[in-house]
Ligand binder design. Structure first.
Ligand code: UDP
Length: 482
């Protein structure tokens, strides 16, 4: 622990993100946030992931001389761990690999290799606390050895954390006649409806099931949870979570809004070269609230048949669109209907690889967001005041969908029925067309938009001085500095 130039004691926070973009991006935001509040932040990661983080960190330091944020690199010998060379990020096995599931498990378990390195680092450095990803359950015990408080970062919000808890405790799915029958989630405020096909099979005797049990046990022994959310977004669920699940939780989000300048937003999570200026100029030529932005985050990987269906649904809707396709297609563009790009020229833009999402969402021309309901995307949509078409695929995305459609009422569901990991349930072009039209035009669309814009105002106030997230961050800093 050090002190700043006024002689104040300086909090040292270590961040240990799971190696996937959806976890690294908010963790970097969090590290920047803490250093902007005069803490020293250190991010622990592997060599290839350090390369991804270094550029935005350098940019942040240039903009904010004197603020402390560093990377500590851990060795991760992929081949020795039974992984392909370069497999240091979930992106590797979800990009274009058909046996992604098998590699996913191996990858999850390989991260255990980092345990000894964490132990050595904590022994010599003794930070004030360690905010480690939920997927490193062993971090609680390691930190405990050196009396370093370990906080858990799930990367999701109170609603889905509470939903998962209620489903695990009450197992309502055991009382329905069929897997597609809707039921109300017991104990959870709001009479939320869901089906068995949409819930996470988080228990069970599978290897992943046992791992998730370990994750939850380590959380009980941890010093609490840091949540990327803001109170006004999900007050009933924040209260429920803190009274019934985990008393020690601090919400400090939405984290994306701490990126304020153009460069910071453009560089955030950047994975491939994109021409942000071209993209924004294109949006400038469109009317307010008229363009639909379509993106499924950093993991979801649709088959060609589904991509063709999306293309045809977008074309049929007649709307302007920006569609991000992450498929590693090479020269083979069998996922595009013939002549599609010529037909939609001027009306639609396809971004291959990676889009400057926050910049796009904030543009006034964006009138809707077709999203897989990854928590970061969802919150970024909320912070930008954009109504959504919800298209959940895996993880906790179906829970997040229910927050949008049943609680916030700022989105319409495309009609995905089943939890499918990374490939997704099949959705027809008619459903895509219908949902896009529904979210962009009509009286109900206007009401949804009004609600969405109100939430965006609340999101911004939450992180300003005196706001709920600002205050919770103060509470956190105070608690772990003493
Ligand atoms: N993202 C981006 N450009 C893209 C795709 C994703 O900037 O083309 C960012 C997005 O803004 C979000 C993150 O990647 O911050 C994805 O996280 P999310 O929780 O939405 O989904 P996941 O990728 O974990 O499924």
């Amino acid at each position: 622990m050090g002190s700043d130039h006024h002689g104040h004691r300086k909090l040292h926070v270590m961040f240990f993100p799971f190696m996937a973009h959806g976890h690294m991006i908010p963790t970097l935001d969090m590290a920047k946030l803490f250093s902007s509040r005069r803490a020293k932040s250190t991010i622990l990661t592997t060599p290839l992931n350090a390369k991804i983080l270094q550029k935005p960190i350098d940019a942040f330091k240039n903009l904010n001389p004197g603020l402390e944020i560093d990377i500590q690199i851990f060795d991760f010998p992929c081949v020795q761990l039974g992984l392909p060379q370069g497999c240091e990020n979930a992106d590797f096995f979800t990009s274009n690999n058909d046996d992604g599931n098998e590699m996913e498990l191996k990858f999850f378990f390989s991260t255990r290799f980092l345990k000894d390195q964490l132990e050595k680092l904590l022994e010599t450095t003794r930070p004030d606390c360690l905010i480690a990803d939920m997927f490193f359950p062993w971090a609680t015990e390691v930190a405990g050895k050196f009396n370093v408080p370990r906080l858990v970062f799930h990367g999701t919000g109170y609603f889905s954390l509470s939903t998962g808890h209620c489903i695990r405790v009450h197992k309502p799915q055991n009382r329905v006649a069929s897997s597609c029958e809707q039921f109300v989630i017991p104990e959870l405020p709001g009479n939320i409806l869901i089906t068995e096909e949409q819930i996470i099979d988080g228990d069970g005797e599978s290897e992943m099931g046992k791992f998730m049990t370990e994750v939850r046990e380590s959380e009980v022994k941890s010093s609490g949870v840091v949540v990327n959310s803001f109170y006004e977004l999900e007050p009933d669920y924040a209260d429920f979570y803190k009274s019934s699940v985990q008393k020690r939780a601090w919400h400090i989000g939405p984290l994306s809004v701490y990126n304020r300048g153009f460069e910071e937003k453009a560089e955030r999570g950047k994975k491939a070269n994109v021409d942000e200026v071209e993209c924004l100029n294109w949006l400038d030529s469109k009317k307010p609230d008229s363009v639909i932005y379509v993106s499924f985050g950093s993991v979801v990987n649709f088959k060609n048949e589904q991509l063709i269906e999306i293309a045809q649904g977008l074309e049929a809707s007649g709307s302007s669109f920006i569609w991000v396709v992450r498929k590693n297609t090479g020269d083979n563009e069998a996922w595009l209907p013939e002549g599609f790009e010529e037909r939609v020229e001027g009306k639609g833009m396809i971004i291959r690889g990676w889009a400057p999402q926050v910049l796009i969402l904030e543009h006034q021309a964006i009138g809707g967001f077709v999203t897989h309901c990854g928590w970061n995307s969802l919150l970024e949509g909320v912070a930008a005041g954009v109504p959504m078409v919800t298209w959940p695929v895996g993880a906790e995305q179906f829970y997040n969908e229910k927050l949008v459609t049943q609680v916030l009422r700022t989105g319409v569901s495309v009609g995905a029925k089943r939890h499918m990991k990374v490939m997704g349930d099949f959705i027809s072009r008619e459903k895509v067309d219908k949902a896009v039209r529904e979210v962009l035009v009509g009286e109900e669309a206007e009401e949804r938009r009004r609600r969405a814009k109100k939430l965006a105002v609340m999101a911004k106030s939450a992180v300003e001085e005196g706001g709920s997230s600002f205050n919770d961050l103060n509470n956190f800093i105070e608690e772990f500095s003493s």
